[in-house]
Design a protein around this ligand. Structure first.
Ligand SMILES: NC(=O)c1ccc[n+]([C@@H]2O[C@H](COP(=O)([O-])OP(=O)(O)OC[C@H]3O[C@@H](n4cnc5c(N)ncnc54)[C@H](OP(=O)(O)O)[C@@H]3O)[C@@H](O)[C@H]2O)c1
Length: 261
């Protein structure tokens, strides 16, 4: 019996992951703040899939709640997959945001995601099997599209996933970062910018997004960019990044920075 724990499962992308993973035979643990929505989804999925669906109502920005989810991840050896999907966006610039708004975004998008990964990974390594799916965003590659704090948080998720793959890939733990473009979910209204304001050709349904992301997962991709037509575009960027590696740390500054004393 395998179980997937999905954060942010009460709506949007997380709710579709829940449906698709139940269909794939996973029991589920659904996490979000809205207990009523989680219970309704759990009842619907149990009836349609026959899988066992548990819920944890938790605000991942609140330490005590985060610890409850961490404890479940660390103690439940049936958890074979963690989908770190909960997250929030913001369309305000850094200077227009209050410090509290920045904290809330970073606490959920960065801190909670990291701590839940830390809670799940040791058991997966010990079992020699597991999967961690992190929902990043295309703004990890192009932070100028939205505001700097949201883009920064999603660039962190991409970099953490690359680093985790380096650490855990040969220990039986599959890591995937998913980089959605604009997806038609409540995310946009919550961030203060209706999705209808975007050109329709930019906006994908959450169903198409999750199905493409799971196809990328099945293909063993570390990074999945569901909208990108030509994978070579991404691969060229990766090759350029890796090609720089040998020159990024040297014992002398580059000649252009050497000034006459
Ligand atoms: N929609 C897009 O265009 C888009 C594009 C790229 C990436 N993404 C990413 O995709 C992920 C899912 O977003 P979505 O589009 O599906 O938006 P959504 O419908 O607003 O879903 C966000 C989910 O996160 C949960 N959540 C938010 N704050 C939380 C908190 N403090 N504690 C626990 N759960 C919390 C919400 O549940 P509760 O309110 O019940 O807590 C909800 O289930 C996010 O990480 C987002 O950054 C979205």
């Amino acid at each position: 019996m395998k179980t997937a724990l999905i954060t942010g499962a009460s709506s949007g992308i997380g709710a579709i992951y829940a449906e698709r993973l139940a269909r794939r035979g996973y029991d589920l643990i659904l996490v979000a703040r809205d207990a009523a929505k989680l219970s309704a989804l759990a009842a619907r999925l149990e009836a349609s899939s026959g899988r066992k669906v548990d819920t944890i109502a938790a605000d991942l920005g609140v330490q005590a709640d985060l610890r409850r989810v961490e404890q479940r991840l660390a103690s439940d050896s049936g958890i074979a997959m963690l989908v770190n999907n909960a997250g929030l966006g913001a369309v305000k610039s850094l200077v227009d945001s209050t410090p509290e708004e920045l904290d809330t975004l970073i606490n959920v998008n960065v801190t909670a995601l990291t701590r839940l990964t830390r809670a799940a990974a040791p058991g997966m390594v010990a079992r020699g099997a597991g999967a961690i799916i992190n929902i990043s965003s295309i703004v990890a590659l192009k932070p100028e599209l939205l505001n700097g704090v949201y883009g920064g948080s999603k660039a962190y998720v991409l970099a953490l996933s690359q680093s985790l793959h380096h650490e855990l890939g040969d220990k039986g733990v599959q890591v995937q970062a998913v980089l959605p473009g604009a997806i038609a979910t409540p995310f946009w209204d919550r961030a203060g910018h209706a999705v209808d304001n975007l050109p329709a050709e930019w906006v994908m349904t959450p169903e198409d997004l999750v199905d493409a992301a799971l196809a990328g997962f099945d293909q063993g991709e570390l990074v999945t960019v569901p909208s990108l037509p030509d994978l070579d575009d991404y691969n060229r960027m990766e090759q350029a990044r890796h090609a720089m590696a040998g020159n990024l740390s040297r014992n002398k500054p580059a000649a252009r920075y050497v000034t006459a004393a």
